[in-house]
Design a protein around this ligand. Sequence first.
Ligand SMILES: [Fe+2]
Ligand SMILES: [Fe+2]
Length: 153
Amino acid sequence: MRRDHKRNRRDARAALAALQRNPHVLRMKDYTQHGRVSTYEHCARVTEASCRLNRALHLNADETTLVRGAMLHDFYLYDWHHRDGTHRWHGLHHADRAADNAARLLGANERVCHVIRSHMWPLTLRRVPRSREAWIVCLADKWCSAAETLFHR
Ligand SMILES: [Fe+2]
Ligand SMILES: [Fe+2]
């Protein structure tokens, strides 16, 4: 059991390292999320916070799904500050867009796509988180977004 646990952590670390050097994922460095924080940096923070939450509260989430979902939760690949009309409903639609990109560009599985699609709940009313991983990322994202908006202007 203990060995499984260690292996899961090692797999999750490897999955995260692979994502963080993927050229599609690195494109998130070109977009601003909140204040002076890039989308990439925001996703990295949410990943870190999600792992901490999972461990501190012994939530037993699958760490590989957790880090993939967290690192890709805002993988929508555009700058939402550009008011050109195409991203007007960013808050409502970016999670679906990010999940589609994750599936299309990185082959993300359905569990990971669910984490991404439901991270904006309750704003996206019908996208209710239905897994531990999805609940953790949904909470960690709100916490990190609030901190970035308040302290990284
Ligand atoms: Fe988001
Ligand atoms: Fe986010």
